[in-house]
Each structure stands twice: as C-alpha cells, then as structure tokens.
Design a protein. Structure first.
Length: 340
C-alpha cells in the first residue's frame, strides 16, 4: 500500500477502500456498503459497553484499564436494542480497529444525525492524549464515549454514531467562512422537549417530531436561547463544499457568544454543489446555550466553516449514493417524520 505523502490533505473514499483492503482498517464484522463516505468512514458500535461514572482520557494507559477505575456496570448491546439514558456516560467498544501506516493520522466527529438529537460522542484510543484525534501509526481498538443529553436513545450493534476522517499530514486551511443564523422562516427553529420518549437511532422516519420538539418563532428577528436547552437552527447562507475539498464546522469562539454550535462537524466534498444536485443546501446548526440566556439575532455569526484540501478528488460525491440532508434547509434528523 502506498500513498502520496508529499502533500497534506484529506483521504478520499477510494483511499479508505484501499486501507480496508490492505488491513489498515479492520472490523469484527463485514463492512457495510454505505459505510465509506466520500471523505470519511462511518464507525459502528460493537456489543460491549460500560456505564461509567465519569468521562476520562486514557493518559498513559489503555481505555480498558481506565474503564476499570470508573465502571458502574457492563452492558451487552443486543440486536433488539438497549436504551442509553440521557445524562449518563457510556463507553462502547467500536467494531472497527486501526493499524495506520506511516504518514496517516485521523480525526473523528459525530455524524449529522447524532448531533441533531443532542447525543455527545467522542472517540477514545489507547494511551490517547486527546479526544477524537488518532495519532499517526496508531495500532489498536477504538472506543466511543456516548452521552445522550436531551433524549434517551435506543442503540444496538452496528448503530453508527460517529465518523472517521483520515488524512496525510496537517492539511492547510484553504479558507475560513463565517456562518450566520437565519431566523426569518415561518418556523425559526426547534427546541428539544425535556421529557420526551426514547429515540431509536436506527429507525428512520419512525418518530413523530411533535413528541420530541417544539417550534420556535422569532420576534423582531430575534430569539432567546435559554441555558441548558437544545436548539435546531439553520444557516443564513447556503453551504457549498467544492468537489476537491472537505470542510469542518468549528464551535464559535466564546468571545462571540456563550453557546456551542454544531456537534457534527464534517462536510463531505460535493455538499451543496450543483454537480451533486445539492445547490442551495444550508447548514443545520445544533445549538446549546451555556450559563446565561443569550439573545440571538438574525444573521449573527454563530460558527465558522474551515475548508481543507483533499489529496485527490473522491470517486463519489456527497449525496450521490443517497442522502437525507443534501438540498436541506431547516431540517430535523432523519429519525423524525416531516414537520407539517
């Protein structure tokens, strides 16, 4: 297996396929056909999980060694599904394992559907000093910290909550764009209900949105974000990701506002572009306010989109294999039927 390591960039789907074919990425079960995205790999929950009393970083030890310090009880995920309660911290061993070659490192992020139901997830590696980052040459298992925050969730082996982006070196920032919020729609956004039922994360279009969400209506182009509440909003500007680039949405600088935007940070090549039949797509923003109420105005900058180069154009673009979010406007996650 050889890759061009002369220029830094994000690896496309065909390179990910090569990593799988040559054993750099392996799995306890066969890979799914739709698991490899244009510039990322979906990761799947395995059957082993643990309810823990606190989040942690492994430090100088393995994840399993650290779990022994904080475990409350083990959990076996089954095909019928297991409920992970909101407000609790879980560690789940993933089905995929890495043996990265020299020059290749990785970064993980929640999938869009995960962030839109306010499930906080972070990747852990043995002896890893940081969440979500996978060191060059890492050889070992992968684990996922899962913290449902607004809704309790139903998961099973194979549920896909996060994705892995593999890269050569440290890709340069080609461009950084401010992302403003659009509060002009008839419905300006949605706020998660505090005492809703369980969201089955493998059930597409299987939930009535009114059981889980309440609509927001802006007054004078403004809404107030209440502390501890979770909101779904939409960007003012359309989002376009060129076919030879990938992008990541970064949380807003605290100097601009005391809230966090966008758990799910990856945008694949072709999102929102005419070539992939996505012209006009907007970014859905997952927003959680912090300690104080915050007045949000139409057009206000709430996040930043960072563009990075691909090492080569991917063989397929975002949405070409089917997508719930290409050409999207204000939209809840795929688990909910349309509002209307």
């Amino acid at each position: 297996m050889t890759f061009d390591l002369s220029s830094a960039g994000i690896l496309p789907c065909q390179a990910i396929d090569t990593l799988i074919a040559t054993g750099a990425i392996t799995s306890a079960t066969p890979f799914d056909d739709i698991q490899v995205q244009p510039a990322s790999l979906d990761l799947r929950l395995g059957p082993k999980a643990w309810r823990v009393r606190a989040s942690f970083l492994p430090g100088a030890r393995t994840v399993r060694e650290r779990i022994d310090d904080v475990i409350m009880h083990p959990i076996e995920l089954t095909s019928s599904g297991v409920v992970l309660e909101k407000g609790c911290v879980y560690i789940v061993e993933l089905q995929e394992r890495l043996k990265l070659p020299r020059g290749i490192q990785a970064r993980a992020n929640p999938k869009s559907s995960t962030g839109r139901v306010d499930v906080f997830v972070r990747l852990l590696t043995d002896r890893g000093p940081a969440f979500d980052d996978v060191a060059e040459g890492y050889d070992g298992p992968l684990y996922l910290e899962v913290v449902p925050q607004t809704f309790s969730i139903l998961v099973r082996p194979g549920t896909r909550l996060n994705q892995l982006r593999l890269k050569v070196g440290d890709p340069p920032r080609l461009e950084v764009r401010d992302v403003g919020v659009d509060l002009t729609g008839e419905i300006a956004g949605f706020r998660g209900r505090r005492h809703a039922g369980v969201v089955d994360l493998d059930d597409v279009d299987g939930h009535d949105p009114r059981d889980f969400w309440e609509p927001l209506y802006a007054r004078r182009g403004e809404i107030v974000l209440d502390p501890g509440e979770f909101y779904i909003l939409v960007s003012k500007q359309p989002t376009e990701i060129p076919v030879d680039q990938a992008a990541e949405m970064l949380p807003i600088d605290p100097a601009v506002g005391e809230f966090r935007v966008h758990y799910a940070g990856f945008f694949d090549p072709g999102f929102g572009v005419d070539e992939a039949h996505g012209k006009g797509a907007k970014s859905v923003l997952e927003v959680r306010s912090h300690e104080a109420p915050f007045l949000l105005e139409d057009g206000q900058t709430v996040a930043r989109l960072v563009y990075e180069p691909m090492t080569e154009r991917p063989d397929r673009l975002y949405g070409e294999g089917g997508s719930h979010y290409q050409r999207q406007g204000l939209k809840l996650s795929k688990h909910f039927r349309s509002w209307g």
